[in-house]
Design a protein around this ligand. Structure first.
Ligand SMILES: [Zn+2]
Ligand SMILES: [Zn+2]
Length: 288
């Protein structure tokens, strides 16, 4: 087997050159694929659920290592008929294995956090061979990634020479995590940081998480900050209304480390004020 080297001196910042599927004026007459597939590089795939199937249209991520691939999140829809995530992922794994043949290749299924639009497809993987679906609730997440009470100490998961860091990221959800892939330099931030509404369930925890992410990113090369939704328009500070299934004017999915700093500064400004606070690239929604 060819052992691939996933430990570059410095990750390459690749442009994300894709028009994401973004719904249609009539969901009923939508002709987009159920799941859009974008190969970011030969070992990294970004997936988006069709907005006509579920307005959340979450992004999911598939990263290949030497012994395992990891699927990060399983979308907003249970039904394999309407949302054939297992079939699409099996096809992608087969494509990768055709290029990099090896025996006994495993699949891990993990989650950015246990909201329904990030784990609905889990059951599609329950009977898949060589597969582990890691539960998304706090105790199992902490045990799997090796996270302790010290939130400043990252855990990890090894895909076979491709070792992802995992940072506990409470705030949007107590069990939320952020994954960092040193191979691509991508930070996967779930719903904690995305070009959309940042719903905050626990304000002090969210602020601490953003500051910890800033500290983490300062010590490592981060090429892209990728969350799981696009809800903004390309008009700064203006978001699409919730439940819209047609978003023709989306900004890119990718944010940068500067946006983490912008969220931190915004949080200082917001202070104790509850409610909704719009900024150019995101809207902070305090729910606590
Ligand atoms: Zn969420
Ligand atoms: Zn979500």
């Amino acid at each position: 087997m060819d052992w691939l080297d996933f430990a570059p001196e410095e990750p390459v910042a690749r442009a994300i050159e894709v028009t994401w599927i973004h719904g249609s004026p009539s969901a009923k007459h939508n002709t987009d694929p159920d799941i859009q597939v974008y190969w970011y590089d030969p070992h990294t795939v970004i997936l988006r659920q069709n907005m006509a199937i579920n307005y959340e249209a979450p992004f999911m991520f598939l990263l290949f290592g030497n012994t395992h691939a990891v699927l990060v999140d399983t979308g907003a829809t249970e039904s394999a008929e309407y949302f054939p995530l297992r079939r699409v992922v099996d096809g992608l794994v087969q494509q990768w294995l055709d290029r990099h043949p090896r025996d006994g290749y495993g699949l891990l299924v993990v989650h950015t956090h246990p909201h329904g639009d990030h784990l609905a497809g889990d059951a599609q993987f329950a009977d898949r061979p060589d597969t582990r679906v890691v539960g998304a609730e706090l105790a199992e997440v902490r045990a799997f990634f090796g996270l302790g009470d010290d939130l400043g100490k990252p855990g990890s998961v090894d895909l076979g020479g491709r070792v992802l860091d995992c940072l506990a990221s409470p705030g949007h959800h107590e069990a939320a995590v952020t994954l960092y892939d040193p191979y691509t330099g991508i930070l996967l931030t779930g719903d904690t940081v995305c070009p959309g509404r940042l719903y905050v369930d626990d304000w002090p925890a969210f602020r601490d998480t953003i500051d910890r992410l800033i500290g983490f990113a300062a010590a490592r090369p981060v090429t892209h900050v990728l969350g799981c939704h696009i809800e903004m328009t390309s008009d700064p500070g203006v978001d699409y209304p919730i439940r819209y299934t047609y978003q023709p004017d989306e900004p890119p999915l990718e944010l940068a480390v500067g946006d983490l700093l912008a969220i931190s500064l915004a949080s200082d400004e917001i202070g104790d004020q509850p409610g909704r606070h719009a900024y150019p690239n995101f809207v902070i929604c305090r729910e606590d």
